[in-house]
Structures are given as C-alpha cells and as structure tokens.
Design a protein around this ligand. Structure first.
Ligand code: ZN
Length: 259
C-alpha cells in the first residue's frame, strides 16, 4: 500500500520547498501530490513550478494560480497578495503560464482520494475556508471518496468519521484555536479504516499556525494513518530572497512567525 506525500501552498518559497522535497526522499514516499498555490506571495514562483512539475505526480490549481492567469480574481486582495500576483505575472515565462492554465481544479484517484485546493463545499463567491468541525460536517456531504485532501488555510488539520455514513465528525472545533500539537516534528493521526477523512497538510511556504517550519503530510494507506510533518528550513535566506525580489517586507517578516 502506497505512502503518498501531500504538499500545498508553496507560494514561491523555493528554500522551503527544496527542504520538504529532501524530507520526502528520506521518508520513503511512493508519490508526491500538490494541492495548488504553487505561486503567489514568494520570490521564486517559476522555480517552484519547475520543482512541482519535476517531482509531483499530480497537481491542481489554487486561487493564486487563478489570479496569475486572471488578475480580476485578486481585485479584492490586500496589497501584499496583489504584489505577489503582479510579480509572478512579470517574471514567469509564457510557457509556465500556459502550463498553469492546464492544471485541473481537482483530482480523484480510484474513488479513494479526492484532491481540491479549498473545500469540496461549493462557493459561488470564490474559495471556501475549511477551518472548523462545522465546516467539515458540511464538506463531508459533498464528496464520496474515503479521503479528501484540501489546502488553502495554511493550517494543518484532520477531520474523520468512524463509519462511511456517520455524521459524527471527529476533529477540532476550530483549527486556529486548537492547532495540531507536534511531538518534536511529527503528529500522527489514525484514519478510521471504514470511515472517511478530510486532511489538510498545512503550507510548505507560508505556515499560519504560529509554527514557522514548513508543513506537509504523508498519507500511509497501508498503516491507515496520516503523518503531519514539520521541516525546519533557512527562513533568513527566504526573507533575503523576498526582499531582493522587491516584494513587500511583510511577506518576509510573516515567515519568521508562521502567520
Ligand atoms: Zn495559499
């Protein structure tokens, strides 16, 4: 049974991504899947896209890819987020932009795993933040697969049900108030064999749970567990590259506090 690494929300942070890819190698994974937001905010969108293309079996498009392809999506975003989109549009090649346009908005693997950037719960106004048990209860009604992988919030978490049809969802009331506690660098959560799960691996390039280490996860289908992983990387170097690219200082500063 395969071990699958899930990465998400890389956001142009190549220093963090390279460290996570190195970590995936030592953790013996069979494949790496990416849940989108490869670009935006950070200084190396092209380099991160090239690494995802070389290393990930599947990838989808996040809202930052959508905004790079059509800046109208970013009209209501804050100044720093818009600066990241403008920088990506300015520096990425036409070939890279064309590739972004080919990425699907979700993937499904043999009726077992669904991958989507934000949430299976539809939202006509844009992306959905799946951040609480109530959000998860609603989301479980919108997919049939055993495991649904989501990103977007930049906060790692896992919600489960004990049986396929159970409406009782196990997980934090609110992921911001009850973050996963990591023993050193790893937290392991059991995936009920006959239940269903929603898993968020957190963010590689811009964690927002006050732990600045890069976040990703390994879904071990043989052991039926998800290993939430944290990986230290050279944050000072990522900050230096952010400033050297002329991006707003706040985009480097937030990396140090994981916010
Ligand atoms: Zn993101």
């Amino acid at each position: 049974m395969p071990r699958i690494a899930i990465i998400s929300d890389i956001h142009g942070n190549r220093v963090a991504l390279e460290e996570v890819l190195r970590d995936c190698e030592v953790r013996n994974v069979d494949a790496i899947l990416c849940l989108g937001d490869i670009v935006g905010y950070g200084p190396e969108p092209s380099e991160c896209l090239a690494l995802v293309r070389a290393n990930c079996r599947l990838s989808i498009r996040g809202n930052h890819e959508d905004a790079v392809l059509n800046p109208a999506h970013a009209r209501s975003w804050n100044y720093a987020a818009q600066a990241g989109i403008a920088y990506a549009r300015r520096t990425m090649t036409q070939e890279a932009l064309s590739f972004l346009a080919t990425l699907p908005s979700s993937f499904a693997i043999s009726e077992t795993i669904l991958g989507i950037h934000d949430s299976p719960t539809p939202n006509e106004e844009g992306m959905t933040y799946l951040k609480s048990r109530n959000d998860a209860i609603e989301a479980f009604g919108w997919f049939d697969e055993r495991i649904c992988l989501v990103g977007h919030t930049h906060v790692p978490c896992c919600f489960t049900t004990r049986t396929r049809s159970s409406l009782e969802v196990i997980g934090p009331d609110d992921v911001d108030e009850h973050p996963v506690s990591f023993v050193d660098r790893r937290a392991e959560i059991e995936l009920p064999a006959s239940g269903r799960s929603i898993i968020n691996p957190g963010s590689v390039g811009q964690p927002r749970d006050r732990d600045p280490r890069a976040s990703y996860c390994v879904v071990d289908l043989g052991r039926s567990v998800v290993e939430l992983q944290r990986v230290a990387y050279d944050i000072a170097e990522a900050q230096r590259r952010t400033l050297a690219a002329g991006l707003p200082g706040v985009l480097g500063e937030r990396l140090a506090i994981g916010a």
